[in-house]
Design a protein around this ligand. Structure first.
Ligand code: LRH
Ligand code: MN
Ligand code: MN
Length: 388
């Protein structure tokens, strides 16, 4: 019998940050399918994120992407979030949407473009000061498409210089989180393609610089839990961008493509202390709901992370340790599989009721009429996410 006792406290404390861009229209480069009721401004995105929190009780913060979520008064947006029962979280810096960035942002060969990109990153720290955000998450679309296009080495130097300037600007408990991605939009070389590159830059910067693992940003077959275990061991795992992939950076609902992988990742989080009360590992979704409705898409995602967390916490560590020490391969593997194959949904339903929530957040949201209300009230939604 798998014991779910250890899962309770972790699940009660768990908070999964939502991406503001998940609530806007998104699509592929072939087509963006507009949906009724999508937010028209960052305030409405915050309201939708708060709705996900209302039904799950586990999504207390929403991440912004600047300038997609540009507002005149960030203090006002932060207060609005609090009035709706959530807080503003990570600030994601967008230095990839201007024509100037055709050849890169902070690694661009032209110092003028590099300055422009750096100024934007520094402005994002100003925004953090106003929102009270702890984390600045940096992902760069920088890279090259053709061998010989630019010096791979010079681009690393330019990157290091920009990161150092941003890191220098941080105060208090603010952190710089560097996100890597194998390829896209650059196809030949990417300036931060992997965790080795991200880690090397973060180590050079200092304690407040950490790596973000976006689960969609690896080559097929990559053992992501190995990366997670390694980064945790070094105290360098800053955050997750959770999503699912079948092919490339698909940004599908987390746990939809490979729930077993999500479980394996969260088991390493557990083993590395990532669920401890003093852990600074941030759990975020980074998804786009191109064809499915967005708010229930986010609710489902939060539930999937909760279920995988419960299973990770259900692994019998004492028995596993014994099996590992005695070299009992099949027993060790069986202990992990027993936890993974446990149906944790009744336990999560009971936990929600204990917290004053409805047992089934999907059904509760559907019955609330919120989706119909926003569809009637909001006309002319903004396109968020790619191409905003
Ligand atoms: C890049 C990425 C990064 C961006 C987000 C919109 O693929 O994962 O996190 O900020 O998508
Ligand atoms: Mn991401
Ligand atoms: Mn991505």
């Amino acid at each position: 019998m798998v014991d779910l006792e250890a899962a309770g406290p972790v699940l009660r404390a768990q908070s999964i940050e939502l991406p503001s861009w998940a609530f806007g229209n998104s699509g592929t480069r072939f087509k963006v399918f507009a949906q009724p009721g999508v937010p028209r401004d960052p305030f409405e995105k915050v309201a939708d994120a708060a709705t996900v929190h209302e039904f799950t009780g586990a999504a207390g913060t929403v991440a912004l992407h600047i300038p997609w979520d540009e507002v005149d008064d960030y203090g006002k947006l932060a207060s609005y979030a609090v009035e709706h029962g959530i807080r503003l979280g990570t600030i994601n810096a967008n230095v990839f949407q201007d024509d100037d960035y055709r050849l890169g942002s902070v690694t661009h060969p032209d110092p003028r473009v590099r300055r422009k990109a750096l100024d934007h990153l520094l402005r994002c720290v100003d925004v953090m000061d106003q929102t009270g955000s702890r984390d600045l998450k940096l992902w760069f679309a920088d890279g090259t498409n053709y061998p010989g296009q630019d010096s791979i080495r010079a681009r690393q130097d330019r990157l290091a210089e920009a990161l150092a300037a941003v890191y220098e600007r941080l105060t208090g408990d603010q952190r710089l989180i560097l996100e890597y991605k194998l390829f896209e939009p650059a196809f030949y070389s990417t300036d931060v393609p992997d965790w080795g590159t991200a880690l090397t830059h973060c180590v050079a910067l200092g304690d407040r610089a950490k790596v973000c693992v976006d689960t969609g940003h690896h080559a097929p077959g990559t053992n992501i839990e190995f990366i997670v275990a390694s980064l945790l061991r070094l105290g360098k795992l800053g955050s997750f961008d959770f999503n699912s992939r079948f092919y490339a950076d698909d940004d599908l609902i987390v746990g939809a493509a490979d729930p077993f992988q999500l479980f394996r990742i969260l088991f390493e989080v557990r083993c590395g202390g990532g669920f401890d009360t003093d852990s600074e590992v941030a759990f975020m979704l980074d998804q786009c709901h191109n064809i499915e409705p967005k708010i229930p898409g986010e609710i489902r995602s939060v539930m999937n992370v909760q279920e995988a967390t419960a299973k990770a916490m259900a692994v019998d560590l004492t028995a596993l340790d014994e099996a590992q020490r005695t070299g009992d391969v099949l027993a060790a593997n069986g202990i992990l599989m027993d936890a993974f194959n446990t149906d944790v949904r009744p336990m999560l339903a009971a936990l929600r009721e204990e917290l004053g929530l409805q047992a089934d957040p999907m059904a509760a949201y559907a019955a609330s009429g919120y989706g119909e209300r926003i569809a009637a009230d909001r006309v002319g939604g903004a396109q968020a996410g790619w191409g905003a």
